[in-house]
Design a binder for this molecule. Structure first.
Ligand code: GDP
Ligand code: GDP
Length: 448
């Protein structure tokens, strides 16, 4: 066996991240037909009518021995005025998530205003963009293609997705454009990363010891994840978790002054390194300003969040009554976070931490499809419209969830929106879709 063969085997055995290719373009230009052509089977649903709602779907694809993920970006049902915005949002999403963007234009129609708007966005991207002139079914139609140079995205590739003309050359181009290091959207996850934070003396070290045991191993080489020497690999409720920054918990540095400052630095460091943050609160004490600061730090980091009320062994009937009131009053900003009551001292319900972590991570990674989201927004706006401002009825024209971890929504609107109304949308999003344990970001993009 040659060295080369060995390398090949190694590469195919490794399930590392693969490059992502996003196909974008107006409805009806032939995106689905192209995706089917690339996949070599009729997997994507092809619709004859323009604007039929489809969701973003990712397929495993392969060309010239290279695996990649092919994303057919979604459909919507925009009115004429919403179209340019919708395309722009789609282009932005593609730039963010893909390694290579394939921008499809209908050569028989030529570049429309919406195509030009998308091209301007794609032009700014640092990602490789390949311009495809589709529906060039025969040689004599090649002349239609030259006009598309005006989009400023380089040479247009003439193809016929329907008949396969030129699609091999296009695939070669796509594969050549792959970066050395793909963004790795599909990378498999190792154990999830958890930070334990809270004000001094709330019981962080005690809880760590309870979970990990005194003689816990500090693991620095776990498959599928990066574990710093300061992290601990632990098991809770049958799952592996990485507790980040546990060195900071073990070696407690007490400064004569500035303790607060160092505590906040440690919190920041741990939170940055984690996916989900457990904020410990002392159930036997009133919620303090210092707790609020830690909470704010956790929320602003955009990580998933779990609240753990520690020292539950000290809580009696009376205290429980007051605690409930306090939580309603003081912790309203994080009412969406799962709560667990634990005792590091007795070990009470420490296993309950795992379901709460899973729930919060679930909300953090939750995604609503573009189709469903827009339908939901229309229904919401029909029932409870934004109040009229300066003779104008502010309206969401198109919405998309541009990101997860944490969920981030972009609302393309015809006017500025009141804070009140955004809060209302946010509340209803949680009521109807859940999003437990995660902050939600709403970004409004009013049309200029
Ligand atoms: P999408 O909305 O961009 O995904 O477009 P579709 O893939 O659903 O295609 C829209 C219409 O254009 C369908 O009727 C296709 O059969 C047709 N179409 C797609 N590619 C070509 C092509 O290369 N040549 C011709 N003549 N028609 C095509
Ligand atoms: P840290 O500063 O947040 O790491 O807090 P420690 O883990 O050092 O705990 C501070 C104090 O609270 C210690 O005296 C612990 O024994 C005590 N403590 C921690 N957890 C509990 C608990 O669940 N119940 C009770 N009663 N005491 C606790």
């Amino acid at each position: 066996m040659t060295d080369e063969a060995t390398w090949d085997e190694l590469e195919t055995n490794e399930r590392g991240p693969v490059p992502t290719v996003a196909v974008v373009g107006r409805p009806n230009v032939g995106k689905s037909t192209l995706v089917n052509r690339i996949l070599g089977r009729r997997a994507a649903v092809v619709q004859d009518e323009p604007g039929v709602t489809r969701d973003r779907v990712a397929y495993d694809a392969e060309w010239a021995g290279r695996d990649f993920s092919l994303v057919d970006t979604g459909g919507w049902d925009p009115d004429a005025e919403g179209m340019a915005k919708a395309i722009a949002a789609q282009a932005e999403l593609a730039i963010k998530t893909a390694d290579v963007v394939v921008f499809v234009v209908d050569s028989r129609v030529g570049a429309t205003d919406a195509d030009e708007a998308a091209a301007r966005i794609l032009h700014r991207a640092k990602k490789r963009v390949i311009l495809v002139a589709n529906k060039v079914d025969s040689e004599r139609m090649n002349s239609d293609v030259a006009d598309l140079w005006s989009l400023g995205l380089g040479e247009p590739y003439p193809i016929s997705a329907l008949h396969g003309r030129g699609s091999g050359d296009l695939l070669d181009q796509i594969v050549w454009a792959f970066p050395e290091k793909p963004t790795g959207q599909l990378k498999e996850r190792g154990p999830r990363r958890v930070a334990l934070v809270g004000k001094p003396n709330v019981g962080k070290s005690s809880l760590l010891n309870r979970i990990a045991g005194e003689d816990r191993a500090v693991v620095d080489n776990v498959a599928g994840t990066t574990v710093d020497p300061v992290d601990s690999l632990v098991e809770i409720d049958g799952d592996d978790w990485v507790l980040v920054d546990t060195a900071g918990l073990r070696k407690r540095v007490k400064f004569a002054s500035g303790t607060e400052y160092y505590a906040s630095l440690r919190t920041e460091h741990a939170v940055e390194a984690a996916e989900v943050v457990v904020v410990l609160l002392d159930a036997s004490q009133p919620v303090a300003e210092q707790d609020q600061r830690v909470l704010t730090q956790a929320v602003e980091s955009g990580r998933a969040l779990v609240l753990a009320f520690n020292k539950w062994d000290l809580v009696d009937e009376d205290r429980r009554y007051y605690l409930e009131k306090e939580i309603d009053r003081e912790l309203a900003q994080v009412a969406w976070a799962p709560r667990v009551n634990v005792s590091a001292l007795t070990g009470r319900a420490v296993a309950k931490l795992a379901p709460a972590l899973r729930e919060a991570l679930g909300g953090w990674g939750q995604r609503i499809s573009t189709g469903e989201l827009n339908q939901w927004i229309s229904t919401l706006q029909a029932a409870t419209p934004h109040p009229v401002r300066a003779n104008k009825a502010p309206k969401v024209l198109f919405a998309t969830q541009a990101d997860t971890e944490p969920p981030r929504f972009i609302l393309f609107t015809n006017a500025k929106f009141d804070k009140q109304y955004l809060k209302f949308i946010q509340r209803r999003l949680r009521e109807d879709f859940g999003f437990p344990g995660t902050p939600i970001e709403l970004v409004v993009k009013p049309r200029e």
